[in-house]
Design a protein around this ligand. Structure first.
Ligand SMILES: NC(=O)c1ccc[n+]([C@@H]2O[C@H](COP(=O)([O-])OP(=O)(O)OC[C@H]3O[C@@H](n4cnc5c(N)ncnc54)[C@H](O)[C@@H]3O)[C@@H](O)[C@H]2O)c1
Ligand SMILES: [Zn+2]
Length: 369
């Protein structure tokens, strides 16, 4: 087990990588009531390993339930359980449970302490670390939320054994993102160990989770509220969030396409060699992530339909691009008529530049993804 610290403005958050869910009781504050928030799937798989004797609030699954309505439901149950300002809230689940739990705990009675047991690869390497908590609002992703660090996060990599393969791939998208923006040797390591990584080889997964957590912790520590350095973690997310909202696909799969597009834009701007673009596409593809809009699976029929239609007439093609751009316009990272966009200027290096929507549109049209 390795512990990584995030020193935030409100205190230290400890991320325990390789710790077992069975030991989470050791991290709970002594003598205080703990209420658990989890989702239906995680409860079915792991309820027997939850700390005993704690009330459990169970939410449903999927991005559509990441709403204020779910937070309200949680408040009602917290009140019914007699939760007060001394109550500790423990989220056990993936990124959705962590985002909702952190937000609900941060505003319930003006804020109570909380922690996470992170159960998906994506949340272990990204969502549960760094203190961003929130929910979607109307068609705006993560529009309402807070920066508030969990007291601790337990990343039990053995829980990943029950994750569906698509969810494993979703997590790898964020690991590749970390490699691309800040850690070139990590990309070499992933390429050399792809089969073991996909098979969740203990040593390989532990290293990738730990390296990702260290990288994210160091970025968050420098810029907790995303004034500068932290913006780099949004690589692939401008288009990614738009696709996630338009198509209800997994976060990591959307970010994979977003990273391919952002890499193509970087080549178009002369910041990156085309051979690096090909290399990145190849790694993402081998991790079973989509690298072209047209490679999306059948579950995304509405998007595929509009894509197919887009080949029929120039008007439809324009409409598709405009739909994507409109969804991007709803991204919080925009600033007046410009958007802060993350480009790669090498493997392991990136730069944030403000670009206009017209420029973004031209890059998107030329990307041919
Ligand atoms: N706050 C942040 O900094 C941050 C960063 C990245 C992503 N996110 C958010 O995270 C969310 C995506 O998180 P996610 O990919 O973990 O999705 P998720 O929470 O929906 O989990 C994916 C699926 O796996 C199931 N599951 C969870 N753990 C399991 C386990 N151990 N075994 C079997 N099934 C399990 C869940 O029930 C769910 O169906 C998005 O809403 C995204 O916006 C937040
Ligand atoms: Zn992400």
């Amino acid at each position: 087990m390795k512990t990584v610290e995030v020193r935030g403005s409100q205190g230290i958050s400890e991320i325990h990588v390789g710790e077992s869910i069975k030991n989470v009781v050791n991290y709970l504050p002594k003598g205080k009531k703990t209420v658990i928030i989890t989702d239906e799937n995680v409860k079915n798989y792991y309820e027997q390993d939850f700390p005993q004797g704690c009330p459990v609030i169970t939410i449903s699954t999927g991005e559509k339930i990441k709403t204020l309505a779910t937070v309200e439901m949680i408040f009602r149950e917290l009140i019914a359980f007699g939760a007060d300002r001394s109550t500790f809230i423990l989220g056990i689940g993936g990124g959705i449970v962590c985002d909702i739990t952190g937000f609900a705990a941060s505003i319930y009675m003006r804020g109570v302490e909380f922690g996470f047991v992170s159960t998906t690869l994506l949340s272990q390497v990204d969502a549960s670390v760094g203190g961003k908590n929130g929910v979607n609002f109307d068609s705006y992703k993560n529009m309402v939320g807070v920066f508030c660090q969990p007291r601790f996060v337990v990343c039990d990599t053995s829980l990943l054994a029950t994750l569906p393969p698509d969810e494993i791939s979703n997590g790898f998208a964020e690991i590749v993102k970390h490699a691309l923006i800040a850690d070139a040797p990590m990309l070499d390591y992933i390429e050399a160990n792809i089969d073991k990584a996909l098979a969740l080889d203990r040593e390989v997964i532990s290293k990738l989770v730990e390296d990702s957590v260290r990288l994210k912790a160091s970025v968050v520590q420098k810029d907790e509220k995303e004034a500068g350095e932290r913006k780099k973690l949004n690589f692939g997310h401008t288009l990614g969030h738009a696709l996630e909202k338009l198509n209800s696909i997994g976060h990591g799969r959307a970010v994979s396409i977003g990273m391919v597009a952002a890499t193509s834009f970087s080549v178009q701007k002369g910041l990156l060699a085309d051979k690096e673009f090909q290399r990145i596409k190849s790694v993402l593809g081998k991790l079973n992530l989509p690298v072209e809009l047209s490679s999306f699976d059948d579950s995304i029929t509405s998007f595929k339909d509009s894509l197919n239609k887009s080949h029929s007439t120039p008007d439809d093609s324009d409409k598709l691009i405009d739909n994507i751009l409109n969804a991007m316009l709803k991204d919080k990272k925009k600033d007046n008529d410009k958007i802060g966009f993350v480009f790669l200027n090498g493997i392991g290096k990136c730069v944030v530049e403000k670009i206009t929507f017209e420029e973004l549109r031209n890059l998107l049209v030329s990307a041919g993804i």
